[in-house]
Design a protein around this ligand. Structure first.
Ligand SMILES: [Fe+2]
Ligand SMILES: [Fe+2]
Length: 274
């Protein structure tokens, strides 16, 4: 039901905005086209295959996936109502489809948990803290928190992609391809959001984001350490690589250094046919 409502909202918004000039039209088109690509990729996940993982590694990965399943389950209502105030219906349409993609990730993790015979979590402190932080802040800060979560998660999904379990590998590959684009989507939104902010303001925002990113990477390295090790990645290596992903995204997102002015929006790496 919820999915149907989101699809309806998306279609209406895309139609209304088709004559507009939003820089996010390319993103709305990308997310629309991505629906068919998801179906193709999902069909290749070998759900019926046996897991070669030891029972200890299976428990470690299942406990870790439980937290990610919960984190990606949100309906994005707060995010969408904050964005709606700005009146860019094309961005709103893209945002609806973005939230749907996150919900699909949650469903994929849920299916992987079911294969392991593990129930999803009702709540977890790390998800609760993230939700409270997001609700306290405005749109730009909420998008910044998404950027932090997604750059850190990128390395986590990369680790899962190295798992000996073919289902975990398949799910990770599917989610990774989306997250690469999500990070670019958040960068474009933040670039627009910081366009009229002074260099000092942008530096301050970036410094605050770095503080949260350091905390987030550290929490994931500790909290998901057994799962990372089960996939052959040392938590300290994960920590360094996750923060490198954030550093690469923070430059263009906060318009730092050579990204200060003039650059075109990132757009998706695979533009949808127009
Ligand atoms: Fe996701
Ligand atoms: Fe994402």
């Amino acid at each position: 039901m919820r999915q149907q409502e989101l699809s309806k909202t998306s279609t209406n918004a895309t139609t209304e905005a088709s004559a507009g000039t939003s820089a996010f039209a390319v993103w709305a088109d990308y997310f629309e086209a991505n629906l068919a690509r998801h179906d193709r990729l999902d069909a290749h996940i070998p759900w019926g295959s046996a897991s070669p993982l030891s029972s200890a590694d299976r428990v470690a990965i299942a406990q870790s996936l439980q937290r990610f399943e919960l984190g990606e389950r949100g309906e994005g209502t707060g995010l969408m109502s904050k964005a709606g105030v700005r009146g860019d219906v094309v961005y709103d349409a893209a945002l609806v489809l973005f939230v749907q993609e996150e919900q699909k990730h949650s469903a994929l993790f849920g299916s992987a948990l079911k294969r392991f015979g593990v129930e999803p979590l009702a709540e977890h402190w790390s998800d609760g803290a993230f939700v409270v932080l997001r609700r306290l802040m405005g749109l730009r800060t909420e998008i910044t928190l998404f950027l932090i979560a997604e750059t850190v998660a990128l390395e986590y999904f990369g680790a899962l992609h190295g798992s000996p379990d073919p289902v975990i590998r398949g799910v990770a590959e599917r989610v990774l391809t989306d997250e690469v684009e999500h990070i670019r989507f958040q960068i474009d939104q933040l670039r627009a959001g910081f366009e009229r902010v002074s260099p000092a303001g942008r530096m301050l925002a970036a410094a605050a984001a770095w503080t949260v990113a350091l905390g987030a990477a550290t929490v994931v390295a500790f909290d998901h350490g057994p799962a990372l090790r089960a996939c052959g990645l040392r938590p300290l290596t994960f920590w360094g690589r996750a923060l490198r992903h954030f550093r690469l995204a923070a430059g263009p997102a906060f318009r730092l250094g050579r990204h200060a002015a003039g650059a075109a929006p990132h757009g998706p790496t695979v533009p949808a046919p127009r």
